[in-house]
Design a protein around this ligand. Structure first.
Ligand code: ATP
Ligand code: MG
Length: 227
């Protein structure tokens, strides 16, 4: 693995206002991740896992602390530059899929590429290839509401990969699936990570098989500890 870290976080904190009180969801977190590394983050509900993933994925800003992507200080970037970096370099898979119901499977997968203005023909071929990769190429004209949970999640993985991200963030990716489908989702994500040398950050309550990660962290009460 290269010496330049893909992501580095220094003394990151996140506080939320909840009515009259403050919730300190992420406390002085230091974290680093190399290109190609697979990280598994677990911990009880309310521990701050999703909040930390959202900060590392540049979906939200930290209250304090520093975040670097390939040694670039992302806190100093404008919102526009950060969202461009996110669209080009990061992929996301969430528990509830977030597919757009009015678009077909194929259109959903192509959408992130269209947003950054890529050539339509190239995107379509790539989307078809990814849908084949996740074994959903027989359903390209279907709408998300016609899919099972496992099928919808496979489509959301293809969508997350359309811009060839350097890292895939997965927040409870199998939270709604049975254990057989969950294993197949982790197999797919793990295979693609190995083939594309793509990093993975997987957040889940579930026990994750050792073959699917390199590094394990426990998060509890906003504090992160390497296991
Ligand atoms: N937008 C928000 N506004 C206010 N409080 C929030 C917000 N998001 C999260 N929190 C609080 O921050 C804490 C951490 O929440 P977070 O969603 O990160 O936990 P989690 O570890 O992902 O939990 P789960 O395993 O249930 O998904 C919780 O106390 C939560 O109530
Ligand atoms: Mg969560």
């Amino acid at each position: 693995m290269s010496d330049v870290k893909l992501i580095r976080a220094e003394k990151v904190n996140k506080k939320f206002k909840q009515g009259p009180s403050m919730v300190h969801a992420v406390k002085d977190v230091d974290f680093e991740m190399s290109p190609g590394e697979k990280v598994y983050l677990y911990g009880p509900s309310g521990a701050g896992k999703s909040t930390l993933l959202d900060i590392l994925g540049n979906l939200t800003r930290a209250s304090s602390g520093k975040i670097f992507f390939r040694d670039k200080d992302v806190c100093k970037m404008s919102d526009k530059k950060r969202s461009l970096m996110r669209n080009l370099c990061f992929g996301f898979v969430f528990q509830f899929y977030y597919l757009l119901p009015e678009l077909t499977v194929l259109e959903n997968v192509m959408l992130p590429s269209r947003i950054i203005g890529k050539n339509t023909r190239g995107i379509k071929d790539k989307a078809m290839g990814l849908l084949k990769r996740v074994k959903m190429d027989h359903r390209i004209k279907h709408k998300p509401l016609e899919l099972s949970g496992g099928e919808a999640q496979r489509v959301s993985i293809a969508r997350a990969l359309i811009n060839s991200p350097e890292i895939l963030f997965c927040d409870e990716p199998t939270g709604n699936l049975d254990s057989a489908m969950a294993s197949s989702i982790y197999e797919i994500v793990n295979d693609i990570s190995r083939e594309e040398k793509m990093s993975l950050l997987i957040v889940t309550h579930h026990e994750l098989d050792k073959t699917y990660y390199d590094t394990k962290y426990l998060m509890k009460d906003g504090v992160l500890n390497r296991q």
